[in-house]
Design a binder for this molecule. Structure first.
Ligand code: MF3
Ligand code: CO
Length: 249
């Protein structure tokens, strides 16, 4: 069941989402060789709490940290640790916050210093795939029009989309209906309506699409060891025109 949000609900969600966006900007300035993913986790938790929010992931299904920090071939759900970032790596930062009972959720993938051109392209194309999905998130379209746009953009560049994890509705729960796959044929699924709030989150691999979970029971990595990127925004469908991106400054 898709829970539609009122305009008042959406204003609260916008506050949670903005706090997530601000915190990701703080983290972006801190990503550099030598910093550990635990350092980033602490900065994230301090920023969310000082902004009046509660970390959304900590304790969710026993997830132990505020931040998901996924390095290189890690796709999503990398657990912060004493691992130090090295020049030439990429890191996906995924973060959620709760304010007044509503969730915001966003992710970005960043280079650690200079990276090769094809890796920079992976990051750019994944962010563009998210933007292509957002552009289809309009009243009158169906959900799979969003999914299809994401897949098409990623595959046109020679990359593959991850199928085991999906975007999602979001509201008073981190994960609500509907699921939003990052692949599919256009023209199916529920019609998009004003009041729907969705977290779109393409995960795109440089090589093959397969993933597996490490023994920590969280970290998803590419089966072929290829690099992977992830971008996510929380968006609200509007009565007309493109959606409102809630996870912005
Ligand atoms: N953005 C991810 C999601 O929506 C983050 C979840 S991490 C978890 O699924 F730890 F909370 F599971
Ligand atoms: Co999400």
């Amino acid at each position: 069941m898709i829970i539609l949000k009122t305009p008042d609900d959406i204003e609260i969600m916008a506050r949670a989402a903005k706090l997530v966006a601000e915190t990701l900007q703080v983290l972006k300035r801190e990503v550099r060789p030598g910093i550990t993913t635990d350092d980033l986790d602490k900065i994230a938790e301090d920023s969310i709490r000082s902004g009046g929010g509660v970390p959304a992931f900590k304790g969710y299904r026993n997830y132990p940290k505020t931040l998901c920090a996924s390095v290189n071939e890690e796709v999503v759900h990398g657990i912060p640790s004493k691992r130090e970032l090295k020049e030439g790596e990429i890191i996906g930062l995924d973060l959620g916050a709760i304010i007044d009972g509503f969730y915001g959720d966003s992710a970005m993938t960043l280079p650690v210093g200079p990276i090769p051109p094809r890796v920079a392209e992976l990051l750019r194309v994944t962010e563009e795939a998210l933007e292509a999905g957002i552009a289809q998130a309009i009243v009158g379209n169906r959900l799979s029009d969003v999914s299809h746009a994401i897949q098409r953009h990623a595959e046109a560049a020679g990359f593959s989309v991850v199928t085991e994890f999906v975007g999602h509705g979001i509201g008073r729960q981190l994960h609500e209906d509907p699921q939003v796959p990052n692949y599919g044929k256009p023209g199916s699924g529920p019609r998009l309506q004003v009041g729907m709030v969705l977290a779109l989150e393409p995960m795109v691999n440089m090589g093959k699409s397969g993933v597996r979970i490490l023994d920590d029971e969280w970290t998803a990595v590419t089966k072929d060891g290829s690099l992977s990127a992830h971008f996510e925004h929380t968006i609200a469908i509007q009565a007309s025109g493109p959606p409102r991106i809630l996870t912005t400054l």
